[in-house]
Design a protein around this ligand. Structure first.
Ligand SMILES: Nc1ncnc2c1ncn2[C@@H]1O[C@H](COP(=O)(O)OP(=O)(O)OP(=O)(O)O)[C@@H](O)[C@H]1O
Length: 509
């Protein structure tokens, strides 16, 4: 495909996407100059060592708390590490800060557990300052524990007798904001008594392009249908009812009805975000957006962080692991994530690296092949700095924010620019510098150059590992390969045995 065709393809089809708000025209804004910021939230932000808002955060603030006043749904395409989480968390928390009755009013959906945990941390750092509670529905704990965290069963006062005719204790939400993954969200929608989206005012779909591929039990149509049904029951006259303490009626944002015929009057506000937001009309249609406003950064559809330096490193296929080890050694002990193309190669590569004697860093794998508890433990150790090199498959690392990751290595070349963006984006976050290295065979170079041309800030220099790092590794490499072979054989026979045992126990049942 020629450059002209690439350009054509990047022109958005949807009219509202053709005249976006360019986030790069915004500057950082000190908290002291931010209009309408609740002083309690200012203190909470300062406790997080945040003294100003990043451009995307200011742009979103203007469209929500500022003059935009949440009147349109927001589609936000902003580079990795630009601060999208706080961009939606802060205005939602500020908007909900005046509510006195507790019920579930904001739902944030994310594709993975670790990501949901990370986003919950951000909400938890600001929401309590204004008396709001944040819940998590990701399947980290048992469903029973999760339910008791999310649902409050009001206790009847001892000694006071109620006529059951007059009083039926209602289950109420213990949280105002819920961060969830699609699977557990659907579990609660389908099975948890007292769990309701009836009062939902804000829906955030983070990592939208990834989540739109996640059709898990049709979570998105279900959420939209529940909230829409509720929207439609809120005819303007319903506002005249006085809310009783036991049957709460929520009045959602009264969006401008004028000009938006056919849209429910008090509506659910949606915010959708990604560093690689889809422009595909059929995919975006699934979100049923209300008069959407597109916020994006720069001219090109794909943006790499401003302070990211990309490098390509040529190597023979046969010696790739050896080049990787030499590269890691040359980078020193700073935290690094190494990406491979599959869960299997993640496991193999990690095993091989651990078969090298005396490497001066600790290496662990992180992939969808592992149990969640193992993954979470690894991630925790990586955050703490107990592990320096994380060998990872793609699926798990979108949005992951780990302080101190200075380098990312594409051991296997990514097949798509989107993959490159999300992998490289684990470094150079929040305005910091960072490097992304891609190991390439000769026959991959042309394809890689073409792939990178699709992004802005795409300069990519050649990187050579000093031969003094490579030469001494040849003999160690041979013995590491031998050890790998032994480990693979051991693992295969262990799997065969456990497979045999479980098939036997299956027969006994
Ligand atoms: N205003 C701010 N000042 C200082 N640091 C900030 C600010 N906002 C966010 N950060 C930090 O920037 C980092 C990146 O933020 P965040 O994870 O929200 O990025 P993102 O845009 O969602 O990235 P990705 O697309 O990879 O998910 C985080 O470590 C966060 O704490």
């Amino acid at each position: 495909m020629g450059a002209e065709e690439d350009k054509q393809k990047s022109i958005p089809v949807l009219p509202w996407m053709r005249s976006p708000i360019d986030v790069s025209s915004f500057d950082e804004c000190p908290l002291t100059l931010l209009p309408c910021l609740d002083p309690r939230l200012k203190v909470a932000l300062e406790n997080m060592e945040i003294s100003s808002l990043f451009p995307v955060q200011l742009a979103v603030w203007q469209e929500t708390i500022g003059p935009g006043s949440f009147e349109r749904d927001l589609c936000i395409n902003s580079p990795t590490g630009s601060g999208k989480t706080l961009a939606y968390a802060l205005p939602i928390v500020q908007m909900l800060s005046t509510r006195s009755v507790k019920c579930l009013r904001a739902l944030v959906v994310l594709p993975t557990r670790d990501l949901a945990l990370q986003v919950k941390e951000v909400f938890s750092a600001i929401a309590p300052a204004v008396g709001l509670s944040v819940g998590l529905a990701v399947g980290q704990s048992s469903i029973a524990d999760e339910i008791s965290e999310l649902i409050n069963r009001p206790k009847l006062q001892l000694g006071v007798s109620f006529d059951p005719e007059d009083f039926l204790p209602e289950l109420q939400s213990s949280v105002d904001i819920l961060v969830a993954t699609p699977g557990r969200l659907m579990d609660h929608i389908n099975n948890t008594k007292g769990f309701t989206l009836e009062h939902l005012c804000y829906l955030v779909v983070d990592e939208t392009d990834r989540l739109l591929r996640e059709a898990y039990q049709s979570w998105l149509p279900t959420v939209l249908q529940i909230t829409r049904a509720n929207d439609e029951s809120f005819l303007p006259c319903a506002h005249t009812f006085l809310p009783s303490p036991f049957s709460l009626k929520t009045i959602r944002r009264s969006g401008l009805e004028r000009g938006f015929k056919g849209k429910p009057y008090p509506r659910l506000v949606k915010m959708v975000l990604s560093a690689t937001l889809t422009q595909d009309p059929s995919k975006l249609a699934q979100l049923d957006l209300h008069h959407p406003l597109f916020l994006t950064t720069g001219q090109k559809r794909y943006q790499l962080p401003e302070k990211l330096q990309s490098y390509k490193l040529f190597c023979e296929s046969k010696y790739k692991p050896l080049y990787l080890v030499a590269l890691l050694q040359s980078l020193g002990e700073e935290k690094c994530i190494v990406f491979t193309s599959s869960v299997e190669s993640t496991h193999r590569l990690c095993t091989l690296l651990n078969s090298f004697d005396n490497l001066p860093f600790k290496i662990k794998e992180y992939s969808g092949l592992q149990r969640q508890s193992v993954r979470s433990k690894t991630l925790k150790a990586f955050r703490k700095g107990d592990i320096q090199v994380l060998v990872s498959s793609d699926a798990m690392t979108r949005g992951m924010d780990v302080e101190g990751v200075r380098n990312v290595v594409n051991y296997d070349m990514p097949a798509y620019i989107k993959t490159y963006i999300h992998r490289a984006g684990r470094t150079a976050r929040a305005g910091q510098t960072g490097c992304c290295f891609t190991l390439l065979r000769e026959d991959e170079v042309k394809r890689f150059n073409k792939l990178l041309r699709k992004a802005e800030n795409n300069s990519c220099s050649k990187y050579s590992v000093p031969s003094s790092y490579i030469e001494p590794l040849h003999s160690v490499y041979e013995s590491a390969l031998e050890k790998l072979k032994e480990t693979v054989e051991m693992e295969t026979s262990r799997k065969r045995k456990t497979g045999f045992k479980s098939s036997l126990s299956g027969e006994r049942k």
